[in-house]
Design a protein around this ligand. Structure first.
Ligand SMILES: [Zn+2]
Ligand SMILES: [Zn+2]
Length: 439
């Protein structure tokens, strides 16, 4: 259900630029679609044919792919979203997906084709449902009509659009059958009534005065009050975040980890730098260590609830570290038929790119790299680098191909350009392969 609404192409030097280019591409595509449809359809027959339905999605802005084993995106905290909404928000947060995109509501016809008509006066309405009541009423999450939904509607001012005031129902004009909800804020039912309690919501969407179009319901999500901000877990935890950001690590576990050295008996094998664990990165190290040292693991496990420990280790497994290693895109090898790993008689030519927090700066290549061919069984000579400041025509052409390649599964001939064999980021990619002998 997520993304789905649109794919896009090029990337910018920063997240904003990525967004800008994607939005531009998106708008251009929209215009093209509109033009095409206007040419195909007689303009004066509005809404006779299509039977519209409402579709919920978002236009994913993430720069990383969804493949958890991808070594290029392993430390990118912006991975392709699997859902349209995050699981948890703090009151007043904008209801956006993990990549930062707002929900996109769009009318589609029976064949899934997006609406291209102007539909003056048509309005999308949004309100908040009590997710618990909804679940009781509709455990299978079957499509419900408006009347069936109405007992779940929360008649409280829980939404706000842009700078407007808080309201129970937000009403927005549809433009060409769609509206992007990037300015929609949601509130918890205020602390006075349910102090500290999290509120479980869903959003309901419908088109005003169009009873023929079935309402849609979002995925469930939780909104917590400001005081519980610290309890909000990270979607993708960062190595230098507090360990409490991990699923399953509550206040008590945080306290236990902070004094871990004192909790374990002498000779547990716990290294000194893990005697007090406060960061996600340290916790990851502890897990790795416990995997290799059953004695340590045996002492460790009774300190935590089994289910919580499992949740925490699973969540920690996707933690990311700052990754600034340059990336290389190897040019297609024209002289030899072989693909990514092939090297021709003249060696290989590649383009080097900067990388910030595992986000490839695809508009900022900084050097050509030439890897000489290997001689016999021996290693090839050292790489030759030819740096440049501004990409010229040749570089622009290569960049376009590189960008295309990035969007293919496995990222084509892209790779990490970093030779250090003790590179900690290259370790532990697959569960058993590395023999981590650092220090
Ligand atoms: Zn997304
Ligand atoms: Zn990837």
């Amino acid at each position: 259900m997520s993304s789905g609404l649109l794919k896009s192409g090029t990337r910018g030097t920063s997240q904003q630029q990525i967004r800008a280019t994607r939005l531009l591409a998106f708008e251009q595509q929209q215009q093209q679609q509109q033009q095409q449809q206007q040419q195909q359809q007689p303009p004066l027959l509005p809404l006779r044919g299509p039977r519209w339905s409402l579709q919920v999605g978002h236009q994913c802005l993430s720069s990383g792919c969804a493949d958890l084993s991808c070594c290029l995106c392993k430390h990118n905290e912006s991975r392709r979203c699997k859902t349209d909404l995050k699981a948890k928000y703090v009151t007043r947060d904008y209801l956006r997906s993990n990549c930062g995109a707002g929900l996109l509501l769009a009318l589609v016809d029976e064949s899934g084709q997006r609406c291209s008509q102007q539909l003056p006066g048509w309005k999308l309405q949004v309100c908040v449902l009590d997710a618990k009541r909804y679940k009781e009423l509709n455990p299978g999450n079957a499509p419900l009509g408006f009347d069936a939904l109405s007992p779940c509607i929360l008649d409280k001012a829980l939404l706000r659009w842009e700078a407007g005031s808080e309201t129970a129902v937000v009403s927005l004009p549809l433009e060409y059958g769609q509206v992007c909800l990037n300015e929609l804020q949601c509130f918890s039912i205020s602390g006075e009534h349910r102090p500290g309690k999290a509120c479980d919501y869903r959003l309901a969407f419908w088109i005003e005065n169009q009873l023929g179009i079935a309402p849609q319901v979002s995925e469930p999500f939780t909104v917590v009050c400001l005081r519980s901000r610290a309890a909000v877990k990270s979607e993708v935890p960062l190595a230098d975040e507090p360990v409490g950001r991990l699923e399953g690590i509550g206040e008590q576990a945080v306290a236990t980890l902070k004094t871990l050295g004192q909790q374990l008996s002498h000779g547990s094998g716990l290294p000194l730098h893990l005697a007090s664990i406060e960061k996600v990165g340290q916790f990851c190290e502890l897990i790795e260590l416990a995997k290799q040292n059953s004695h340590l693991e045996k002492q460790l496990l009774p300190l935590f609830k089994k289910a919580d420990w499992k949740k925490a280790t699973q969540h920690a497994a996707i933690a990311v570290s700052p990754d600034f290693r340059p990336r290389v895109w190897w040019c297609p090898d024209s002289s030899s038929g072989s693909s990514s790993s092939g090297s021709s008689s003249s060696g290989r030519l590649g383009l080097l790119f900067r990388c910030e927090n595992a986000v490839v700066q695809i508009q900022r290549p900084f050097a050509w790299v030439h890897r000489p061919p290997s001689v016999g069984l021996g290693p090839s000579g050292p790489d030759e680098l030819r740096p440049f400041i501004h990409p010229g025509q040749q570089e622009q052409q290569a960049m376009a191909l590189a960008a295309q390649d990035w969007d293919t599964p496995g990222h084509g001939s892209w790779g990490v350009y970093w030779k250090d064999t003790t590179d900690p980021l290259a370790q532990g990619g697959s569960s058993s392969s590395s023999s981590s002998t650092a220090g």
